[in-house]
Design a protein around this ligand. Sequence first.
Ligand code: ZN
Length: 390
Amino acid sequence: MLCQFPSLHAEMLPGLPLKVDVRHVANDKWRVDYRFTQPVTAITMPTVADYRQRAWKILTPGMRLKAVGEQDVIAATSGKPFMAASVEITTFDGFAPKDYASFTRFTDGGTAIYLGHLQGEARRGKQKYEMQTDIKLTGLPKENVIAPPLNRQMPGGARGYAYFGPAQAVSAGGTKILMDPETPPWARETVLDAGAKLSQYYETAYQRALRDELLIMVAISGFEAPGLSMKGGAVMGQLSYRFEGKALVGDHPKKRDYLARLVAHEMAHVWQMNIARGGVGADEPWVHEGGAEAMALDGLQQTGLFSEDKVQAYLAEKTATCEKLGHSVASYDGIYACGLMRFDQLGVAIVPLWRSMMQATEVKGDVYSGAMIEALVREQGEKWRPGGAN
Ligand SMILES: [Zn+2]
C-alpha cells in the first residue's frame, strides 16, 4: 500500500494573485498560461524529479526553465520582470515515488492532471510570494472536464487532480465519484461501500462535515504488470486511487480488506485536512500517517467493515514491523508502523484525541505535532481512557 501524502503546508508568505489557464490542446498536449497582475522576476516550484525538465517546454520567447537546487525556476534569461509565461506540457507517465503522479490515465482515454504541480511561488527580486492561483480549465471539444475542489485552507493554494475525458462523475451522498470503466466489480464495490460508511462515520465521530463534496477518482493503469499495486492519494477534498496489475482480476476477501484499509486511511487524511487552518506539518510525518492508521482502524471497526479480530491482527502485524525497526519513525515503514504504535500506546481513544487535535490546530494555526499530542493527553487524557467519561 502506498499513500501519497506530501505536506501541503506552505510557509506564510504574502499572496500574489494570478490567473492560470490550463487547456487540453491535443491528445497528450497541454498549454498552461500564467498571467500575473503585477510584474514578477521568477516562478518557482519544488522539483518533482525530472518531470518539468522532460515534459515542459517554455513557449514565451526569452524565457527558460532551470532547476536550481530543489526548485524549478521559470524566469527571463535577461532577468527582467515579466507578467505572463506560457508553457506546453506533454503528458508525463513517470513519477517521483513519494510525490503525487503528475498525470493519471484512465482506460477510456481520459487523463487527470495534477494542478498542484503547476503551482508554487512567485518572486520579485528577493521578495517571495505565494501564488494565489485562479485556475481555468478548458478541455478538447466535447470533452468532459471535472475540476477538483477549491483549496479552502489557502485560497488560491495547491489543488488536486482535474479530469479531462469522456467519463461523467456520479454523485452519491455528499460524494462525487469518477470510476474508470475497467474497475473490477470487487474494487468498485469496496470503494463505494467502504467510502460511504467511513465518510458518514468520520463526519459524525469528528463532528465535521466536509466543506465541499468529496471527489473520488479511481483509475486503472493496466492489467499486464505482475502482482497488484494499489495506490491512494489524498489532496484537498479529493481522493485519488490508481490500481494496476494482473492480480486486480478476481475477487478475494484479502484484496477487499487491503483496499478497505487504503480507503479508510486516505479518507482519514481528508478529515485531518478538513479544518480552517493549521493541519499537516512537514517535520513529523508519523503524526499524520500513524494518526491516519489509527483513525482508519477505529473507523473500520466502528462501521463493522472489520471485526475486532481483524483489527487486532493488523495491529499485531504492525507491532512486529515496528519492533524490527527498533521503534524508530525514521524510515518510510517506521512512519506508518511505529506511528500507529505511538498512538496505540497512548492508551486513549483515538476519536476524542483527533477531534481535539483538529480544534487545537485551528486555534493558532500550529501544525499537528508530537508536542500537541502530549499536551492534549496531559490535559484531557484521563477522560479519554477506557472507562473515562467522554
Ligand atoms: Zn497516508
